[in-house]
Design a protein around this ligand. Structure first.
Ligand SMILES: *Cc1c(COP(=O)(O)O)cnc(C)c1O
Length: 360
């Protein structure tokens, strides 16, 4: 039976990448060592790290005046590192509140500065992106933070906010590399690796150089972007194996047509799944506004929540794994990141149609 893993994260990785890692596990390119066993300061690993960065720069079109940092601590640590590094003498920052991850970022930022919530969709239970004409941007804000894809709610921006000269910061943990973006519109992009990049334990930060070097007094050395930038992400021991796997994923992306091809595939997958939900005569419902539905995390409910358990169990028996929704919202969630093939979504849709028929 073919297994399709719809986990929100850690999530599915390309099979080709896992097979390559398996083949290279004991002896990387004749080095006689596993990548896990290599010094991060040795010639071999430095080569792996440099290649990974170069491939990522090419894939995303990252301009030369941006640093690419391979860090640890997950997106959660970025919730603190961002104010510590980007306040730069200011006392207030703008945040959009579009769901669970925005809220967490806001909660942490409040420890370091005054937070101006520019707009919030709490009133509609975070089922849309707030219309730009309702936003209350503060031109004195140190930066504007938002979550382009709310992984739990399944809400995604299909446009990039513009609050004038205020630097834009984005938590792209669950949609980085899934669509083409213009990096130069952002001051800082960050993402935990475990959704659309590679294994857990690696956090990617892409930051404009001129913003570095002005941390809040007392900031620990390890939380200063400039320290990591000046040391090529090797101030301390980086997550070497996770960086290696991420590098293999970048090569897989390049081999498969890059981000443009991924985006086309992601559009096709999302379209197929949402169409099945919308055509189910109310058996399945997606609460998210049609224009703001995530291409990566498709959340939906069954008309009778008493059927949730049977849905998950029967799906598992068909090889369709990890469909249970986040505990905070219930229902189902199918995460369909880059490594999920169209066939996986087609298999899910076929199962959903059959399940609806049998339980209507
Ligand atoms: C998963 C996720 C996080 C949390 O990531 P960690 O690496 O566990 O800290 C934060 N933001 C978004 C948008 C996420 O999807």
């Amino acid at each position: 039976m073919t297994i399709y893993n719809f986990s929100a994260g850690p999530a599915v990785l390309p099979k080709e990448v896992l097979l390559q890692a398996q083949a290279e596990m004991l002896d990387w390119h004749g080095s006689g060592m596993s990548v896990m066993e290599m010094s991060h300061r040795g010639r071999e690993f430095i080569g792996i790290a440099e290649q990974a960065e170069a491939d990522l720069r090419e894939l995303m079109g990252i301009p030369a005046n941006y640093k690419v940092l391979f860090l640890q601590g997950g997106a959660h640590l970025q919730f603190s590192m961002i104010p510590l590094n980007l306040l730069r003498g200011k006392t207030t920052a703008d945040y959009l509140n579009t769901g669970a991850w925005s809220k967490k970022a806001i909660g942490e930022a409040k420890k370091f500065c005054e937070v101006n919530v520019v707009a919030s969709t709490a009133d509609n239970h975070f089922t849309s992106v707030p219309a730009f004409d309702t936003w209350k941007c503060n031109q004195d804000a140190a930066y504007l933070h938002y979550t382009p894809n709310e992984t739990i709610g399944g809400v995604e921006f299909n446009w990039i906010p513009d609050c004038g000269d205020v630097p834009l910061v984005a938590d792209m943990s669950s949609n980085i590399l899934s669509r083409e973006i213009d990096v130069s519109k952002f001051a800082l992009i960050y993402a935990g690796a475990q959704k659309n990049i590679g294994p857990a334990g690696l956090t990617l930060v892409i930051v404009r150089e001129d913003l570095l070097g002005n941390v809040v007094a007392g900031t620990p050395t390890m939380l200063d972007y400039k320290v990591h930038a000046d040391n090529d992400s090797m101030y301390n021991t980086p997550p070497t194996y996770a960086m290696y796997i991420a590098g293999l994923v970048f090569q897989w992306l390049k081999k498969n047509g890059g981000i443009a091809a991924m985006e086309a595939n992601n559009i096709a997958k999302a379209k197929l799944l949402y169409a099945a939900i919308d055509a189910s005569n109310g058996f399945y419902t997606c609460p998210v506004a049609v224009s703001d539905r995530s291409r990566m995390n498709v959340s939906f409910t069954l008309k009778d929540a008493a059927l949730d358990g049977a849905f998950v169990k029967q799906a598992e028996a068909m090889g369709l794994l990890q469909l249970k929704g986040h505990r905070s919202v219930g229902g189902m969630r199918a995460s369909i990141y880059n490594a999920m093939p169209l066939e996986g979504v087609a298999a899910l849709v076929a199962f959903m149609q059959q399940f609806a028929q049998q339980n209507s």
